[in-house]
Design a protein around this ligand. Structure first.
Ligand SMILES: C[S@@+](CC[C@H](N)C(=O)[O-])C[C@H]1O[C@@H](n2cnc3c(N)ncnc32)[C@H](O)[C@@H]1O
Length: 352
């Protein structure tokens, strides 16, 4: 019987050999603390990588607090990705971080990597970027619960959109893109941002939805402010020009200048196994020479280690870098002879 325990919630994974009630009975006999039992109905679904579930037994609740390695993670298992099976891997990564490193965690979920890193190492700062507004909301809460507020900057948004403007974002800020369902999710998550950067959109309904997102300051991205109908309802706008971007604040009548992509990172963690490699074009401009990337991928037993070289060779010639693989670590199986692996590699030379 395959199941995960997240806090006091049990997630039963198909295929089931017997009727579900038999599993419920066995689980309850053995684990007295369990309050909810869910049956996983699907594989993880895009964009937030959360499966669908059916409630088999227990309270009408999907939020819980999970404890591992002395840390606490608040999650809602139907709204946010969380795997208790990756705890050893998070610890392995944290123990590799050198003193004073600048670390970027892409696809950050409810912030487990960032929190492990700050608890078990001494980085200078950890940036987390996550698309799912519900996950970011829990991620911010988890930073507080584990008392690591002063080193983690949690940013809501797409890994493709945030990095060019990363020096503008502080903790609790985000880039909200103009897809309607995304804005609605951001609204229903209840997250309140200190600062939000938004994309212009010709659809007035989308503009109206944007206006409902609570945020201390709101900027719109545009290189042609004259083309917008009513820009003054925002605090200002962001204009991108070659390798710089400029922030125009309407009220204060000041312009701030920033370098696109900001300061580079010593280490980048990319835990999105199905497609993390397709984001290497984002990671490479952000990593220092001699910096380290931890790239997660799914691989069959007989593809290890050749596929790792194949993937990295392809991107090295496309993006212009040289690399050295430090380790290829199997991080649990996902099917017979198929594994989640982490490729730890160093960028030995960059042309870009
Ligand atoms: C496999 S989960 C990993 C979450 C977390 N790192 C962990 O280990 O629990 C991948 C996460 O990436 C997020 N994600 C997917 N595409 C993204 C994108 N383009 N930009 C930012 N986050 C993204 C999903 O919402 C999901 O939370």
């Amino acid at each position: 019987m395959a199941f995960d325990i997240v806090g006091d919630i049990v997630i039963l994974k198909p295929p089931l050999k017997y009727p579900p009630e038999e599993y419920v009975k066995k689980i309850l006999e053995k684990h007295k603390f369990v309050r909810v039992i869910l049956l996983q109905q699907t594989d993880v679904q895009p964009p937030y990588r959360v499966p669908e579930y059916k409630v088999l037994w227990g309270e009408n609740r999907t939020e819980t607090i999970h404890k591992e390695f002395g840390l606490k993670f608040k999650v809602d298992v139907v709204r946010t990705y969380y795997s208790p099976r990756l705890s050893n891997e998070r610890y392995r990564i944290a123990k590799m971080i050198g003193d004073g490193e600048r670390v970027l965690v892409m696809f950050a979920g409810v912030n487990p990597y960032a929190i492990y890193i700050v608890k078990f190492a001494r980085p200078k700062v950890v940036y987390s970027i996550e698309l799912n507004p519900f996950a970011v909301k829990y991620g911010l809460e988890n930073v507080e619960i584990n008392k690591v507020q002063n080193k983690i900057i949690t940013i809501l948004g797409d890994v493709r959109k945030v990095p060019p403007l990363i020096s503008l974002f502080g903790n609790k800020s985000g880039y909200i893109h103009s897809e309607e369902t995304y804005i609605l999710d951001t609204l229903s998550s209840g997250i309140v941002l200190n600062l939000s950067v938004i994309e212009p959109c010709a659809d007035y309904r989308i503009q109206e939805l944007y206006d409902k997102i609570p945020a201390g300051k709101k900027y719109i991205v545009t290189n042609n402010i004259g083309s917008l109908e009513n820009p003054y309802k925002y605090n200002g706008f962001v204009r991108i020009d070659r390798n710089k971007f400029y922030v125009y604040n309407f009220n204060e009548n000041v312009v701030e200048e920033y370098k696109l992509f900001g300061e580079m990172f010593d280490r980048i963690i990319m835990p999105l196994p199905r497609e993390a490699d397709t984001f290497l074009d984002v990671a490479i401009p952000l990593i220092k020479e001699n910096g380290i990337i931890h790239l997660y991928q799914f691989m069959f037993e007989d593809e290890i280690p050749e596929k790792a070289n194949e993937i990295l060779d392809k991107y090295a010639s496309l993006l212009g870098f040289e690399y050295k693989i430090l380790n290829i670590k199997k991080v649990g199986d996902i099917a017979p002879r198929q594994y989640r692996v982490c490729i730890d590699f160093e960028i030995t030379k960059k042309d870009c």
